[in-house]
Ligand binder design. Structure first.
Ligand code: HEM
Length: 156
C-alpha cells in the first residue's frame, strides 16, 4: 500500500510540475513570440481550462497520498519507539505542498475566473492583467514545488 501510494504521489507530482515546466518555458514564450495578443488570450484560456482540470486531479491525489505517506510513517514510528517522528524534509514538503495548493486555489478561483470573465467581455486589458498575475503565481508554485522535492529528498 505504501509503495502504491508513493507511486501515485510521484505520478501526480510529475503531471503538475511537468505541466508547469511546459507552460512556463515552452508554450507561453512560443505563444508570445508568434501569436497576436487577442487570439493568444483565447488560446491561453483554452489551454488553462484543460490543464487546470488535470491539476485539480493531481492536487487531490497528492493530498490523499501525501497525508497517507506521512501519517502511516508517523504512526509506525510511534508504535516502534513510543515517539512519532518523520524527517524534517517531510514536514517541509507538507507545509510547501499545502502552500502550493493554496496558491493554486488563488490562481484558479480568483485569477482564472477573472480571466474567463475578461475574455467573455472582450476586455483584453483585464485579461492581460489577470493572465500576468496567474503567470507570476505559477512561477511561485514552480519554485515551491522544486523546494519541496529537494527538501523531501535531501533534508533528514
Ligand atoms: C499535502 C501535501 C503533501 C504531503 C503531505 C506530502 C508528503 C510526502 C511524503 C511524506 C513524502 C516522502 C515519501 C517517502 O520518502 O517514502 C513525499 C515525497 C514526494 N513528494 Fe510529496 N507531499 C505533498 C505534496 C507534494 C507536492 C505538491 C509535490 C509536487 C508537486 C510532491 C512531490 C513529491 C515527490 C516528487 C516526492 C519524492 C518521492 C520519492 O522519494 O521518490 N509532494 N511527499
Amino acid at each position: 500500500m505504501y509503495d502504491f501510494a508513493k507511486l501515485l504521489h510521484l505520478i501526480a507530482g510529475i503531471v503538475w510540475m511537468g505541466g508547469m515546466t511546459f507552460m512556463l518555458f515552452a508554450l507561453r514564450p512560443a505563444a508570445i513570440a508568434s501569436i497576436e495578443a487577442q487570439p493568444r488570450a483565447v488560446l491561453m484560456g483554452q489551454v488553462w481550462r484543460r490543464f487546470y482540470a488535470w491539476v485539480l486531479v493531481a492536487i487531490a491525489v497528492l493530498f490523499a497520498t501525501g497525508t497517507h505517506l506521512y501519517t502511516s510513517t508517523f504512526r509506525a514510528a510511534r508504535m516502534a519507539t513510543g515517539q512519532g517522528s518523520v524527517p524534517l524534509g517531510w514536514n517541509v514538503m507538507l507545509v510547501l505542498g499545502l502552500a502550493m495548493m493554496l496558491v493554486f486555489g488563488h490562481i484558479y478561483f480568483a485569477g482564472f475566473k477573472k480571466y474567463k470573465r475578461a475574455i467573455a467581455g472582450a476586455d483584453w486589458a483585464l485579461a492581460a492583467k489577470a493572465g500576468a498575475l496567474m503567470h507570476t503565481m505559477t512561477l511561485l508554485n514552480f519554485a515551491l514545488g522544486w523546494l519541496a522535492i529537494l527538501a523531501v529528498r535531501l533534508v533528514r
